[in-house]
Structures are given as C-alpha cells and as structure tokens.
Design a protein around this ligand. Structure first.
Ligand code: ADP
Ligand code: ZN
Ligand code: ZN
Length: 839
C-alpha cells in the first residue's frame, strides 16, 4: 500500500501516524485487516507497543484514510529494508485477543478457502463495542487560501459566512475537526460538504476508544483511624452486614438487591461518609450472566449402547491423540447424553469443550442442558446475541472463566485454550456451511481445529453426510453406533401416500390428501398431536399464465415469485423483491393467471377449513421472525396448546416433542427436481429427520409422506429408514459422476450487473485455464449458473473437479492471481471450495 506523509502530530487515534523506513525500527508485524484483499499488511511496531504487540493481538492501524482494527498474525524481528511503512497506532487489549492456535486456524481457513485473511479474522473477533468510528475534517492548503481570500473580502454571501466560520474553527484548533462538532455550527454540515467537494477540506475516518463502561462500587465507610464506622440504624445494620461481614464492597445494583435498602438511603449515607463509593470499569468478563437452570431436563442412567460409545470416546480423550469419531445414532437414540459425557471427560482432564449445533434455536436448548450439568462455566455464542452480551460471553471464554462453549457455526473459532473435544451435532446440516466470504464449512473446520489441538472431534448424526460416512467406512473416522431408540421405543411407521392415486380418487389437487386428512382426524379424536412439514413458506409456489406458459419472475433474479396471500403480494425469496399481484399476464396480457403449489400459508388455511375446531399453529419465517418467537411457538406446541403444527424445514430438526404421534410430509419430493447433486441426500435426510419427530414419547408414531415419486430411492429408502442402503446406492451414483466423496469440488462464480462484463471476465478465466497446466483437474464451464441471474447480477459458473485437493487449490490460486492481474474486480469472482450447492 502507498503511504503518504502527513504532519505528524501527537500520536493519538486522529491519524498522526509516523512514517519510517524499515531500518529505523527493530520490529515489524503482519496484520490481517478487514478489507477484501487476499494479503496481510506490514506495519512497524513502535518501541512503546513492543511488549503488547504479540501474535493474536487486536491492533489499531492507519489504512488509507481510515483507522482499522486488525489482528497481528505474524511478527518479524527485523523490519523489511527500505520499504516505507506505517506504525501501529495502538494495541487494543492488555493481552492477545486470539490464542495462538486460533490464529493458526484462521490462517488455515483463509488459505484453504481462498478467502481474504482479514475477513476471516473479522468473523473471529468479538463485536467492536469498545471502539467508535468518527469522521474528521482537516483544512487542505487550498482551504487555507480560501480562508484568507474570504477573510479579506468585505461582503460575503450567507454560504460564504458559514464556510469562513468553519475554516476558522479548524484554524483555531490547529488540528482536525470532528464531524459531530461541525454539525453544531450554523450551516456547518452544508459548508463542509461543499468544501469537501472542492478539495478545500479532507475527510478521514478514525476510530476512538470508547470510555470503558463503569459501575458504582459501594463499601462500608471507615473512620480516620481506619476502623469501621459502627452502624446505627436498622438500614445501616443491614448494609454493614452485607458489606463488611458477608462480602466486602459491591456494585450498587447488587447491594440494593441484597439488602432491600433504597437507593436514596444509600446515597444519603454516602454523602455523610458512612458509606464510601467510587466508579470502577465494568470488565466484560466479570459482569453477571443470567443462569437459566430451572427447566433443565434430568440426566438419565445411560443404556448399554450409550455406555459403550462413551467408554470408547473417553479412551480417545485420555490418549490425547487427534481422533475423529462419528456417532451414528438413529433419531431418539440419546446422542445428547453421550455428548454430555464426552464434555465431562474433557473437563475432568482440565481441558475445554466446544459444542456446535446447527441453529440458533438449538443453542438455547443445548445451552440450557449444558448449564444444568456444568453450571456457569458454560458460555453460549451465536450471532443472534446482542453485541454487549456476545462480547461478554466471548471474554468469559477468552479469560478461561467459561470452559464449555455452545454455539453455532462461527463458534468453531471460540477462543478456548487447551481444547479437549469439539462436538458437531447434526453434522450433515447445510447450515454449517457459511454462504458468504469466508465460505468455510464449520464441521470441516472443527475437524481441522481438533487436529491442530490434538483433540477429539465427535460428529453426531442420524443421517451422516456422504463425506463423513465415507471417511468412517474407510477407517479414517471411528464409527460408533447407537442402534435403537432409548428404552427400546419403536421407530415410527412410515407410509408413502402416492399423490397420483389420490388424484385418481378425488379428482382434485388437494394439498392434504385423503389419507392424511383421515390420520389427522384420528389424532384430534385421540387428543394427540400432528406435525405437518411443507417445503415452502407463502401461499403458492408460483403464478403461471395459462395462455403463454410464462411464470411471473422476480425483476432482479431468474426465479419465480412466491404468492403471499395475507400480504396480497408476490415475493422473491432470494432478494426480497415484491410486487402486487397483476390482473393480467405481464407478457401476453391474458387474464388467465393461476397459482401452483401449496405453501405453508395455504396449508394452514386449508386445515382451518377441514378442522374448524382444531388449534392450528404455523411456524415459518413469516410467522416467527426472531428466535424468541420460534421458541414461543415451539413451546406452545410442546405444552400441548396446539393440536396441529404446520411448518417449514425448521420443525424437522432436533426438537423433542413427546405427544406427537403423526408427522405428515406434504410435497416431499420438490427438492428432487433441483439441478443439485445433493438433492437425493437432502431429501433422504429431511424425511428421516422429520420421521424422527414422531413417537418420541411413550406413544408410537406414524409418518405419512406425500409424493409423486414413490419409486425414487431417496423416498423409498427413507420410508424404510434404511440409512445404509441409501448410502450404498448414493455412493454408487457419486462414484459414477465423479462427485464428492470421490472428487474434490470447487466452483468459481463470475457475476456482474452488466451482462457483457460477466461474459468478458468469464472468457478471461476460460483463457487462463486453457493455457494452464491443469494436471488432473477437470474444468467445466463457463456456463450460466442454474440461478442465472440473482439480485440484478448475471452469473456464470465454472466447476472444478479433482481427485487431488492440493492440485485444485494451486490452480484456483493461480486463477485468482490471474484475475487480479487482469484487474477483474475482486467481488466479481467468487470461489467456493467444497461447495454444498451449485445453484
Ligand atoms: P437424539 O439426539 O439421538 O435424537 P436425544 O439425545 O434427544 O436423541 O434423546 C432422546 C430422548 O431420550 C430425550 O428425551 C432424552 O432425554 C431421552 N434419553 C436419553 N438417554 C436416555 C436413557 N439412557 N434413558 C432414558 N431416556 C433417555
Ligand atoms: Zn401470458
Ligand atoms: Zn429476486
């Protein structure tokens, strides 16, 4: 990067950076900065910061016209010779924010997924609530001239008066002016904008450290001779008891709570020095956490299968050697108890544990179970937490106070040290894959982390991903089986409803088939519950024109719009675009539009007609926008306040409902039609998971799967709940087609709002591949992506297949370097290593 010299003022955050030539200072460091560039940046370490500038430390550095927070990823004893370098401005924490192993992990992720290092590290740090961004303005030489010219002139327009006032303010101060002060000058904001445009002012962004939040601490007062004052009144006696006899100085709020004395009374006693009080910084690590141990489920006496699995895992943990275990247990086989035992074994060794779950809603549930078992050493980390809470939990982990972390995908980077085990529950879940830069897979990173820390990775699932089960079959992962449900509860009976037959009998395309209606009616009579899974929210999947056959598409994406009846609109589920429902076809103006496919909204409406007396609930992103609302609806269902719950995929996962005896799957096969090599795997998984929701209590369960493709192996084998048979069949297909686990896959997506750019850049990459030594890597494309247009951008795709990952990585890197040389914008080229979806 280019460094420009400025008049160096006192070294504060206002950009008074100094410029040095390498030889002058003794040490430099590599800093990962949150900018979309695949490189780190070199800075000098000033003497005053040398002690705290360690690998993993958060630092504040000048970058172009801004101050940025980055992470030191490498230190060099000697600075590179002869290069103009800037200095670090500050080191933000008393000790390194990230432990060395986590830094190593971050660098691995950046390298493997070809992601900018700084963007990887940004996601690993806690939210920056201790910093505040500010804008500063300084007068340029042109501005100084302007000031003199204006000052010399007699009659000035109103705007010129404002300009002069602003320039003078900057002059008097002799240093940059903060943007918030300019707002207070009359006409200041407008004058500033105008001066900026004309190059008379210069703006830069700076970061300032916020004042640390403080709390008031209260102590019992002492007389001049250092002896405690003797309490007189009843209030004083109560305060004395707590502050002197029980605990010592306390935060004000805590004191009020414990003694029941009023705030005014405490203030009065402070004024007359019976109490002493002072402000203390509120250390994020020590602030109180709310414990919710009340409604935790009891722990069980483990059955033979569980004990056997746990014994083996304990052996791995005790050996302190890197081991990956796959806990393959049918739904309801009690995997959670095995996880808890595993965490316990790691803790018993003085090590820490990480438990990953696929959804935020599940962190609440798993967090509660873990807190009940292990108490306050459990921290919960996920992106849904308010910043303040996330920072607090993060530092609790970093300080070593919390030793068990429950979290979603990004918690794989939790700053735990001395890790003993990382557990990945429902390892096959696609939500472990991050679908934005850095495009990492949380499960795979978990395994790498375990390897770096000589720890155990335990992957759990009823339907392991093809990759994971393949590793287990090859002996790379150790396979543990829980073969039956706890207390030998039977698996639910799964029946297929052939919708073609149903149509022949009823001559209507009713979303709720005759068989499903009868089954629901029986549950209502019995007083047990039904759960209906539908694959899409909204009322109808799409609107078609009967005359010309066109479907109504999004204005920005090549995707059909979904009809939402309650809102009376057609909506795009990809970009959020929405429009009113047209009266006629936009293409041919025919009046014959019709709506196809029943979504969750329509299913609920239909059920209300069919079962007017039933209590019906719907759970999808339209009815529950926040995790809290999910919890409420699921809670109502678990408590039996809802008879029939309709929902999208979310209801299929994890939850343990004891009175559900019927699960209905409406339109089970829609996913099979997608151009996605994982379609069969996803369908099988979904059906098995949802079938696992039935009959988890004492009552036996029944599952009805509605489909137009009863003969498809994903559906037929899911009905038989035969994972192994499905695995073998699917494996055969993957081998034939050179798909994972037999080949490594990567995709390159080229996108731009202008079609000609997308085409031109795709050609450029194509030319590169044509001339490159591709040694065994097969390259397909460029071809329009299955989603050829998304959010106004045109998309072309390359697919790389290779039996060797290293070769593929090398080739991808070379391709990206080529793009940089050809000045193709970085955001136009998106690489996905081990993509889950090729849409
Ligand atoms: P999975 O995750 O394998 O689908 P869970 O861990 O949710 O299964 O366990 C299913 C149910 O069985 C839970 O209600 C759990 O409390 C209960 N359970 C687990 N282990 C036992 C056991 N040894 N004896 C009785 N009930 C158990
Ligand atoms: Zn038409
Ligand atoms: Zn769209």
């Amino acid at each position: 990067m280019t460094a420009r010299s400025r008049g160096a003022g006192p070294r504060d955050y206002t950009g008074g950076e100094r410029l040095h030539y390498g030889a002058m200072a003794s040490m430099s460091c590599e800093v990962a900065l949150p900018v979309p560039l695949r490189s780190t940046f070199t800075y000098l370490v000033p003497e005053s910061l040398a002690e705290r500038a360690v690998v993993g430390a958060r630092v504040l550095v000048p970058f172009r016209n801004r101050a940025l927070v980055g992470v030191i990823v490498e230190l060099a004893r000697r600075a590179p010779e002869g290069k103009a370098l800037k200095e670090l401005q500050d080191v933000l924490d008393p000790s390194a924010a990230l432990p060395p192993r986590v830094v190593e992990l971050g660098r691995w992720v950046a390298n493997y997924y070809l992601a900018p290092e700084g963007e990887v590290f940004r996601g690993m740090l806690p939210p920056q609530i201790d910093l505040r961004a500010d804008r500063e303005l300084r007068v340029t030489p042109a501005g100084a001239e302007r000031r003199l010219a204006l000052a010399a002139r007699g009659n000035r327009s109103e705007a010129e008066v404002d300009e002069l006032a602003l320039l003078r303010l900057a002059e008097i101060e002799g240093k940059p002016v903060r943007a918030d002060r300019i707002g207070k000058l009359p006409g200041g904001t407008r004058a500033a904008e105008s001066l900026l445009r004309r190059g008379m002012l210069e703006a830069r962004e700076v970061a300032r450290r916020r004042k640390p939040r403080t709390q008031r601490i209260v102590a019992w007062g002492r007389a001049a001779d250092g002896v405690d004052i003797i309490p007189g009144t009843e209030n004083e006696r109560r305060l004395y008891q707590v502050l002197s006899e029980q605990t010592g100085p306390l935060p004000l709020a805590e004191l009020l709570r414990r003694t029941g004395v009023s705030r005014t009374a405490v203030e009065r006693l402070t004024r007359i020095s019976i109490l002493a009080s002072w402000e203390e910084p509120l250390a994020p690590a020590t602030a109180a956490t709310a414990l919710d141990v009340d409604e935790a489920p009891p722990s069980h006496v483990l059955n033979a299968d569980q004990l056997k699995a746990l014994d083996e895992i304990r052996g791995w943990i005790d050996s302190r050697a890197f081991t990956v275990g796959l806990l393959h247990g049918v739904t309801g086989s009690g995997k959670t108890e095995v996880y808890l035992g595993t965490v316990e074994a790691a803790l018993a060794q003085g090590r820490t544990a990480l438990v990953l779950v696929p959804e935020i809603a599940l962190t609440l549930w798993m967090g509660r179970i873990c807190r009940a078992r292990f108490g306050a050493i459990v921290a919960v980390l996920h992106s849904g937490l308010p910043d303040v809470e996330r920072v607090r939990e993060w530092w609790r982990v970093r300080s070593g106070e919390a030793r068990v972390v429950v979290g979603t995908r990004s918690a794989v980077f939790a700053p735990l040290e001395n890790l003993g085990v990382v557990i990945v529950d429902e390892e096959q879940e696609p939500s472990y894959k991050q679908e934005e830069t850095p495009r990492y897979h949380g499960r795979d990173v978990a395994v790498v982390r375990a390897k770096m820390e000589s720890a155990v990775a335990l992957l759990g699932s009823a339907t392991p991903s093809m990759e994971t089960f393949h590793h287990a079959q090859k002996g790379r992962y150790r396979l543990l089986q829980l073969g039956s449900r706890v207390e030998n509860r039977p698996m639910a009976r799964v029946e297929i409803v052939d919708l073609r037959d149903d149509f022949r009998q009823t001559h209507s395309s009713e979303p709720v088939s005759g068989a499903l209606q009868a089954a629901i009616a029986r549950r209502l009579e019995e007083g047990t519950q039904s759960l209906l899974l539908v694959n899409r929210r909204g009322y109808s999947w799409y609107a078609l024109c009967r005359s010309c056959g066109a479907s109504l598409e999004c204005a920005h994406c090549s995707i059909a719009l979904t009809y939402h009846k309650a809102r009376g609109r057609l909506e795009c589920h990809y970009c959020g675009y929405s429009r009113a429902v047209p009266k006629t076809c936009p293409k041919c103006e025919s009046k014959h539009l019709y709506f196809v496919g029943a979504g969750a909204e329509q299913l609920e409406e239909r059920l209300k007609v069919l079962f007017p007396d039933a209590r019906i609930g719907r759970l999808d992103r339209d009815t529950a926008r926040q995790p809290r609302m999910w919890q409420q609806l699921l809670g109502a269902f678990a408590d039996g306040r809802i008879d029939i719950l309709v929902g999208t995929q979310m209801v299929a996962k994890g939850h343990d409902f004891h009175r559900v005896t019927l699960v209905g799957v409406v339109s089970a096969d829609t996913q099979l039609g997608l151009p996605d090599f994982r379609a069969a795997e996803r369908t099988f998984e979904l059906l098995t998971q949802v079938a696992g929701r039935a009959g988890r209590g004492e009552l036996p369960g029944q599952v009805l799967v509605e489909t137009y493709h009863p003969e498809h192996y994903a559906i037929a084998l899911a009905a038989q709940q035969d994972y192994l048979a499905f695995y073998e069949k699917e494996l055969h297909y993957r081998r034939m087609m050179h798909y994972p686990p037999f080949a490594a896959l990567a995709s390159i997506l080229v996108r731009d709002a202008r079609l000609e750019n997308a085409v031109k850049w795709s050609r450029e990459i194509e030319r590169f591949f044509a001339g490159a030594a591709t040694s065994g890597v097969r390259i397909l494309g460029p071809a329009p992506a299955p989603l050829a247009r998304l959010r106004k951008e045109f998309r072309f795709q390359f697919l790389l297949k290779s039996p060797k990952r290293t070769e593929m990585g090398r080739l991808l890197r070379a391709a990206l370097d080529h793009c940089t040389r050809k000045e193709i914008p970085q955001k136009a080229v998106q690489v996905d290593v081990d993509p889950l979806s090729l849409m």
